[in-house]
Design a protein around this ligand. Structure first.
Ligand code: GLU
Length: 476
């Protein structure tokens, strides 16, 4: 039987969760769900200087908002915790001791000044920096009570360290090109490399799916696994997420914003999931929008692409509109809860659903709701100039008087149309002009949903009141 699938999302709480990282979270979550496996949230917070207040809460809230729920993590708990690396120092130091014993880790007392000078020399010579093993010389060694770091000794053999990446195929690096990186810092905190490997082992991670910017770290990780005598997980490095033209990094303007901002703009979690899944993955068909069960069913590592993905916010908005149109009204109404204009709270759900039915076709993001619907909840402010934009004030006034007279007692779309349409001929006005004055009177704007539907939903009382108010505006 193959190993249970256990994957992890391992963010560092150094800022908000941007779309590239949440894509990694989603792929891990989908792979766990596809295999009935486990999705772990592990917080890599050992770089204390880069911690940002509130970042962890934001990461957790973003995952929650997208429904990418961890099975194990700081809030969920689990058998392999704690899940905050800062609470696991004993675990790292215990493992570090073993590698000190075996000689794979060695102490280094070099001062920051010395290391900076070495770095500058390497840069001037145009070569990659490699620590010169100064502290391996007994004459340079100091007491272990003096502040020092522990470095990993890149072994002489093998000459090449490679792996079969589930996305990229076979990758390899020459060990002679690797630096004796720091594993444990002077403050006893592990570095990213060390903590990451120890935890992937301790947490029984079967697959590491992460952005391909981490590829240069992987040979170091594999050497650490080998030094411990542990089996390494399967690595799958995910393609970069670029801007819509595919030739530069995703910028703020292209949509590099936080997950929370997308939620606040009224993007549906299911639209974000479907869109993010398409950033570097497809199921080999031409299908563009996937429900989450479809994603779970179809997500396999061999369909992850190597080439960078293009992030096109317009495509996301299109997908969002499409999924909004597919929602039953009652569901859409629930989703709209935080987006309704304030005045809507005084109206019953049934009224709001009728309003939604009129705008659902046009709604692309839920934050457009106030703009599209506010007049359903509050009488518009009428502007004489807009009312008389297309016809003389006197004619507009006469038209409104006639309209008010013919309004039916029985209020339905068809009775409204049957009552109002004949006025086109009677008044000798074009339908567009006549309907326009009614539209402006009841909505305050020149573009709105269909006239008879709008009148019907507004109801007899509000419609009459607004037409009467327009008449007053036109009456000198
Ligand atoms: N903490 C790393 C990050 O911030 C995790 C990289 C990995 O998944 O190994 O992205």
């Amino acid at each position: 039987m193959s190993k249970a699938v256990r994957v992890r999302f391992a963010p560092s709480p150094t800022g908000y969760l941007h779309v590239g990282s949440i894509r990694s979270a989603l792929f891990n979550w989908l792979w766990a769900r596809h295999n009935d496996g486990t999705f772990v949230l592990r917080v890599e917070d050992t770089d204390r200087a880069r911690l940002v207040d509130g970042a962890l809460a934001q990461i957790v809230a973003s995952l929650d908002a997208l429904g990418i729920t961890p099975d194990e993590g700081p809030s969920q708990g689990g058998s392999y915790g704690p899940y905050l690396q800062s609470e696991r120092l004993e675990v790292y130091n215990g493992h570090a001791d073993k590698l000190v014993q075996s000689g794979a880790l060695y102490p280094c007392w070099c001062s920051p000044e010395r290391l900076t000078a070495l770095r500058e020399q390497a840069q001037a010579a145009g070569v990659a920096f490699k620590y010169d093993r100064h502290c391996l010389t007994p004459a340079h060694q100091k007491s272990l009570d003096e502040p020092h770091v522990l470095r990993f000794m890149i072994p002489k053999v093998p000459l090449v360290v490679g792996w079969d990446d589930a996305v990229r195929g076979h990758l390899e690096f020459k060990t002679t090109e690797l630096d004796d990186f720091v594993a444990i810092k002077a403050d006893s905190y592990p570095t990213y490399h060390f903590a990451n490997v120890v935890d992937d082992y301790e947490m029984k991670i079967s697959h590491v799916m992460r952005a391909d910017e981490w590829i240069p770290s992987t040979p170091k990780h594999l050497l650490l696994f080998a030094a411990f005598g542990w089996d390494a997980p399967v690595y799958a490095h995910l393609p970069a997420v670029l801007g819509p033209t595919g030739n530069k990094k995703l910028s703020k303007r292209d949509g590099a914003q936080s997950v929370q901002e997308y939620i606040d703009e009224g993007y549906l979690p299911e639209a974000l999931r479907s869109f993010l899944a398409s950033l570097g993955w497809n199921d080999g068909t031409t299908q563009e929008v996937y429900s989450t069960p479809e994603l779970i069913e179809n997500f396999t590592l061999d369909r992850i692409q190597k080439s960078p993905a293009k992030f096109d916010k317009e495509r996301l908005t299109w997908m969002n509109g499409l999924l909004i149109r597919q929602l039953p009204l009652a569901k859409l109404n629930q989703r709209c809860e935080p987006f309704w204009p304030a005045a809507a709270s005084a109206y019953p759900a049934s009224y709001r659903e009728s309003v939604l039915a009129l705008v659902q076709e046009r709604l692309k993001t839920l934050n457009e709701l106030p703009e599209l619907t506010d007049f359903f909840f509050e009488d518009p402010k009428l502007d004489k100039n807009v009312l008389t934009k297309n016809l003389e004030p006197e004619i507009a006034k006469q038209a409104l008087e006639q309209i008010i007279v013919v309004l039916p007692d029985h209020w339905s779309e068809s009775t409204l149309e049957a009552a109002i349409r004949p006025l086109v001929d009677q008044l000798g006005l074009k339908a567009g002009i006549l309907f326009g004055i009614i539209r402006v009177s009841i909505t305050g704007r020149t573009a709105a949903p269909g006239l008879f539907e709008t009148l019907f939903v507004l109801g007899q009382e509000a419609s009459k009141r607004r037409l009467q108010a327009a008449l007053t505006v036109l009456t000198p």
